[in-house]
Write a protein that binds this ligand. Structure first.
Ligand code: DMJ
Length: 675
C-alpha cells in the first residue's frame, strides 16, 4: 500500500485538498521549519479570536460561562452516589475478608479452615458450629425400649437463674439439636450439659425430680471398676454356661450343678443383671433358653418366697428393662401357678407350692410359715396385678399385710419370726431379730409404701414404729471401736449376735431418708454401714462370715468382731454391697465405692474358681485354705455383682431410685407414681 501511493504522488501534480492538508507544515516550514511552540499556538489563537466580530465573541463567552456553571452544579449532585458506591465496594471487600460470620450465612462449598486456637467465645453467635457430641451408644438389644430417664433438676434451675450464660448454649442447641438415641437398655440416651461432678450429682438425687426437668442427658461411661465387675460376671457366667446351663445352681469345683426347683434359677435370677451390665450376647442366649426351655408345668414343689423374689421378680424386672413381652408372659404363668399357696384357713400363705399340680402345703414338720417369707412377696404380686389388670394377685398379698398390721405379739413394731397358716397368729413369741426369718418384712414395709406412691399409711406407720423398736431394743455399740450394731432379743435377753443378712438395713434406712423420712435414719444408716464394712475388714480374708458376735466389753487383743466356728462361712451374699450402693447414691461419698472395691477384690482372691464360677466358702478366717463349698448361689449373679456394678457407677439414671424400687433379690420394679 505505502509504495503505490508514493509512486502515484511522484508522477502527477498534487491534488488541492491533499495540498491543503499538508499546507500547515509547509507553512510552518516556510517560516523557518516546524514550529509547534506554545507561544506560536497562543499567538495564532489570539489572531483568530481578534478576527471574530464583537457579537460572536460575546456569544462564545456567554456559552462558556453557562457551561462552567452547569459543570459546577452537576458535580455537586453526582458526587454523593459515587462516593457511596466507592465506599460500599470497600466495605464489601472487608466483610468477605474479615468477618467469618458472613461466610456462615452464605456458605461456601468448602468451609473455611478454622484457626486452631481461635477465641470462639468472643462472639458465640458467629462462632463456627461445634461438631455435635456423639452420645455413647450403649450395648444391648437396641430394639427393646424403656421409658426415657428424667433430667437432673439442678440443671433446669441453674439455667433459669443464669439466663445470660445459658442463651448462647440454647441458641446453639436449637441450631444443632442432639437427637436422643435409644440405648441398649432401651433407655433414651441424652446429651449431658451438667457441669456437676458425680458426687454432687449423687446428692441431687435426694431431691424429688420434677416433671419440668424431663430433658435429655448423656450417659456416664463405664469405668474401670465396673469393667472389673463385668469381668467377674463373665467368669461366673462361663462356669454356669459350661457346667450348669439351664439348671438351678453351679457347682464350680465339681463342674456340675445342683437342682432346687429345676427352673434354671441362676439363669432367670441373672437376666436383668445381664441387661444392666450390657452383656448383649449372653442376654440373647439366656432369652432363648427362657423362650424354649423355661416351663412351669412341672410336678415340682417350690418355695413361695424364693420363687417369687427370684423368678417372678426377675421376669418382671427384665420385662420392664427390655420391654420384651416374653418375660411378662412367663411372669403371668408362674404368678398364677403360685396362687394356690394362699388357699389356707387364714389366708396367710403356705411356704410351698407344687406348680404343676396346683397344690400347696406348709413344711412337713409344722403348719407355720416364716414371717419374712409371707411379707416379702408383695412387691412382685402387686406389680403383676398392675401389669395384668387382674386384681387377685394384689388382693392376696395385701390381705397378708392387713392381717400382720393388726396382729398382737409385736414388740414396739418388731415382729416374731413365725406365723401360723391356720390361726393367722404369730408363734414362737418373744424372739426378735432383723436377721433370718424377719429381715425383709421391714424392708418391704418401706418399699411397698414407695412402690405405691407413698400413700399407704399403715405400711409407713409399721415401718417407722419398727425402726423405733430397733433403736429401743436391738441397737448397741461394740468395743473397742464403738461400732453401732443390731443385735437380737430373746425373751428379754439381748444377744450381741448379728447376721450378715442384717446389712440390708443401712441401705433401707437411707432409702427411707431419701424418700423424706427423718434424717435420723440416715445417721443410723451411716453408722451401720461402717459396722457392716468392719465385718469384712476385720476378718483375715476380707470377707464377712454369715454371723458375727460383737464384743460389748473391751478385752486386750480382741477386735470388735468375734466369729464362732459354725458361723464362719460366706455364701457370696449381697447385703453389704447392696447398702454400699444406696449409701453412695445418696451421699456421693467415694469411701463407699472404695469399700465395695475391697470386697470385690476379696471375692476374687478367695472365692473365684479358675475353671469358671465363684464358690461359697466355709472359713473366712483362713486365707490359706478358705475351704471352698462348691456352690455358687444364684444371688451372686442376681444381686451381689449387680449391686457392685451399680455402686461403681456415677450414673443416677442407671436404675434411678426415684423411678424403681428393688425387690429383695435386687430386681428393680417401677414405682407406680414416680416422685
Ligand atoms: C436373697 O435371696 C435375698 O436377698 C433375701 O432377701 C435374703 N437372702 C438372699 C441373699 O442373701
Amino acid at each position: 500500500m505505502y509504495s503505490t501511493a508514493a509512486a502515484t504522488a511522484a508522477s502527477s501534480p498534487p491534488r488541492r485538498d491533499f495540498i491543503s492538508v499538508t499546507l500547515s507544515p509547509e507553512e510552518g516550514l516556510g517560516t523557518g521549519g516546524y514550529n509547534n511552540s506554545k507561544a506560536w499556538r497562543r499567538r495564532s489563537c489570539w489572531r483568530k479570536w481578534k478576527q471574530l466580530s464583537r457579537l460572536q465573541r460575546s456569544i462564545i463567552l456567554f456559552l462558556c460561562a453557562a457551561l462552567a456553571l452547569c459543570g459546577v452544579i452537576s458535580y455537586s449532585s453526582l458526587g454523593e452516589p459515587w462516593k457511596g458506591l466507592a465506599n460500599k465496594s470497600l466495605d464489601d471487600q472487608r466483610t468477605e475478608a474479615d468477618i467469618p460470620g458472613l461466610k456462615l450465612a452464605n456458605p461456601a462449598v468448602l468451609p473455611a479452615p478454622q484457626k486452631a486456637n481461635g477465641n470462639l467465645g468472643d462472639s458465640p453467635e458467629l462462632s463456627p458450629q461445634k461438631p455435635p457430641k456423639l452420645p455413647h451408644a450403649r450395648r444391648g438389644p437396641p430394639s427393646l425400649q424403656l421409658k426415657p430417664p428424667r433430667r437432673n433438676v439442678r440443671l433446669k434451675t441453674q439455667y433459669d437463674t443464669s439466663k445470660a450464660v445459658e442463651e448462647p448454649v440454647q441458641a446453639e442447641r436449637e441450631e444443632n439439636p442432639e437427637k436422643p438415641v435409644i440405648s441398649w437398655r432401651g433407655a433414651v440416651i441424652e446429651p449431658d450439659q451438667s457441669p456437676e461432678p458425680p458426687s454432687s450429682k449423687m446428692k441431687e438425687a435426694e431431691k424429688p425430680s420434677s416433671v419440668e426437668a424431663e430433658e435429655q442427658k448423656e450417659p456416664v461411661p463405664i469405668n474401670e471398676r465396673q469393667l472389673a465387675v463385668i469381668e467377674a460376671f463373665r467368669h461366673a457366667w462361663r462356669g454356669y454356661k459350661d457346667f450348669a446351663w439351664g439348671h438351678d445352681e453351679l457347682k464350680p469345683l465339681s463342674k456340675s450343678y445342683s437342682e432346687w426347683f429345676g427352673l434354671g434359677l441362676t439363669l432367670v435370677d441373672a437376666l436383668d443383671t445381664l441387661w444392666i451390665l450390657g452383656l448383649k450376647e449372653e442376654f440373647e442366649e439366656a432369652r432363648k433358653w427362657v423362650a424354649t426351655d423355661l416351663v412351669f408345668d412341672k410336678n415340682v414343689d417350690v418355695n413361695l418366697f424364693e420363687s417369687t423374689i427370684r423368678i417372678l421378680g426377675g421376669l418382671l424386672s427384665t420385662y420392664h428393662l427390655s420391654g420384651d413381652s416374653l418375660f411378662l408372659e412367663k411372669a403371668k404363668d408362674i404368678g398364677n401357678r403360685l396362687m394356690p399357696a394362699f388357699k389356707t384357713p387364714s389366708k396367710i400363705p403356705y411356704s410351698d407350692v407344687n406348680i404343676g399340680r396346683g397344690t400347696a402345703h406348709p413344711p412337713r414338720w409344722t403348719s407355720d410359715s416364716t414371717v419374712a417369707e409371707v411379707t416379702s412377696i408383695q412387691l412382685e404380686f402387686r406389680e403383676l396385678s398392675h401389669l395384668t389388670g387382674d386384681e387377685k394377685f394384689q388382693r392376696a398379698v395385701d390381705e397378708v399385710m392387713r392381717q400382720v398390721h393388726s396382729l398382737s405379739g409385736k414388740n414396739d413394731g418388731l415382729v416374731p419370726m413365725f406365723i401360723n397358716t391356720n390361726s393367722g397368729q404369730f408363734t414362737h413369741l418373744g424372739v426378735y431379730t432383723l436377721g433370718a426369718r424377719a429381715d425383709s418384712y421391714y424392708e418391704y414395709l418401706l418399699k411397698q409404701w414407695i412402690q405405691g406412691g407413698k400413700k399407704e399409711n399403715e405400711l409407713l406407720e409399721d415401718y417407722m414404729r419398727a425402726i423405733e423398736g430397733v433403736k429401743k431394743h436391738l441397737l448397741q455399740r461394740s468395743q473397742p471401736k464403738k461400732l453401732t450394731f443390731v443385735g437380737e432379743l430373746a425373751h428379754g435377753h439381748f444377744s450381741a449376735k448379728m447376721d450378715h443378712l442384717v446389712c440390708f438395713l443401712p441401705g433401707t434406712l437411707a432409702l427411707g431418708a431419701h424418700n423424706g423420712l427423718t434424717a435420723d435414719h440416715m445417721k443410723l444408716a451411716e453408722a451401720l454401714i461402717e459396722t457392716c464394712y468392719q465385718m469384712y475388714a476385720q476378718v483375715e480374708t476380707g470377707l464377712s462370715p454369715e454371723i458375727v458376735h460383737f464384743n460389748l466389753h473391751a478385752q486386750k487383743g480382741h477386735k470388735d468382731v468375734e466369729i464362732k466356728p459354725a458361723d464362719r462361712h460366706n455364701l457370696l451374699r449381697p447385703e453389704t454391697v447392696e447398702s454400699l450402693f444406696y449409701m453412695y447414691r445418696f451421699t456421693g461419698d467415694k469411701k463407699y465405692q472404695d469399700w465395695g472395691w475391697e470386697i470385690l477384690q476379696s471375692f476374687n482372691k478367695y472365692t473365684r474358681v479358675p475353671t469358671g464360677g465363684y464358690t461359697s466358702i466355709n472359713n473366712v478366717q483362713n486365707p490359706s485354705n478358705p475351704e471352698p463349698r462348691d456352690k455358687m448361689e444364684s444371688f451372686f449373679l442376681g444381686e451381689t455383682l449387680k449391686y457392685l456394678f451399680l455402686l461403681f457407677s456415677d450414673d443416677i439414671d442407671l436404675i434411678n431410685l426415684d423411678k424403681f424400687v428393688f425387690n429383695t433379690e435386687a430386681h428393680p420394679l417401677p414405682i407406680w407414681v414416680p416422685a
